[in-house]
Design a protein around this ligand. Sequence first.
Ligand code: UDP
Length: 402
Amino acid sequence: MASNTLTIEEYREVAPKGTVDLLLRLAERVRGRRFLHVNSTRSGGGVAEILNRLVPIMTDLGIKAGWEVIEGDPGFFATTKALHNALQGMEQALTVAMLEHYVDVNRANAERLRPTGDLILVHDPQPAALILARPPEGKWAWRCHIDLSAPQRRVWAFLRRFVERYDAAVFSLPSFAQRLDIPQFLVYPSIDPLAEKNRRMSRQEIQKTLDALRVQSDKPILLQVSRFDRFKDPVGVINAYRIVKRYHDVRLVLAGGGATDDPEGAEVLNEVREVAARDADIYVLDLPADAHLQINALQRAATIVIQKSTREGFGLTVAEAMWKGKPVIGGATGGITAQILYGVTGYTVNSVEGAAYRIRYLLGNPPLIRRMGAAGREHVRRNFLITRHLQDYLSLLVRLTA
Ligand code: UDP
């Protein structure tokens, strides 16, 4: 399905009853208003993924929705990567020259794009300084998708100067919000139930996809889908599996990707392979970036999904798994805590032993696996679908451009 042909009506059967009608009412209120999104990439990463779907649906709803992407040289993107890391709490060296270049590139983009609209939603730090060139008309909101709970103070002080010129800021979790003199809104991320990653799959299609991946499903599957990143704790997952394995005959699948162009990713992947070595029941899959259907099939084939992160922004994989009716055992951090209803849709855990304990508990109680899975799907239906995201953005448009 080409993304530019998306219509809101397609969501009627997946979203909660009444959702599409409410969206139509909201859209009526703001029909013809210009809602421009600006970010720094057309593809790759969650922001682009969601905009690829949101913008066509907004258009279908009668909003004059647009999406512009800023451009920059490698120096600019090296700086914004360092900014990103520092804002998420990592120690980074940012020179005055780097920050000046960041502002210059933003000014050049403002000149090229001349962003105008009733509402301009600027996503993440990369294009934040576009606000310097804001025209007198239109409202501007800064949409922060990253974890700002413990930023490097000096770097946040730099960015904050731009953020405070906006009319509002939007964060993904309450704990990510900052002390600011502008109104702040909370908008959770979302998944698209009709995208390849989440769409319905038949049993045969799942089986065919697993066969192509050479993953056997003759035993219960424990699954974690994650970039090979230390914060996702893949080694901790293997250690938990080893404890479980003494009591239950299961397989473990660690599916991830993006390791080839990320030196640290490759390093973690090697480490994981070493730890997993000689255990035929552990599959370590290094998937290409567009393996959406494969991930969908793995999530559907899994008995229990794990997301044992020690640090996490939101953790879309949790919502993806719950949508497929799977109980999720996740690290008690960031957005994982906001998504898992403890004891209802899964469990949050703080250690390898805790993860193993909860996995064993569930494996010994199949009816509970089914009940939790069903609750998880309903929880996602109500709270984490793209339709809810759209509702929040349209509400913001109503609020800010009344
Ligand atoms: N994902 C993927 N391929 C991989 C690993 C992850 O497509 O090899 C997807 C995953 O399904 C999810 C997203 O990337 O949609 C990861 O988002 P999340 O918020 O869980 O973690 P992040 O990678 O942003 O820290």
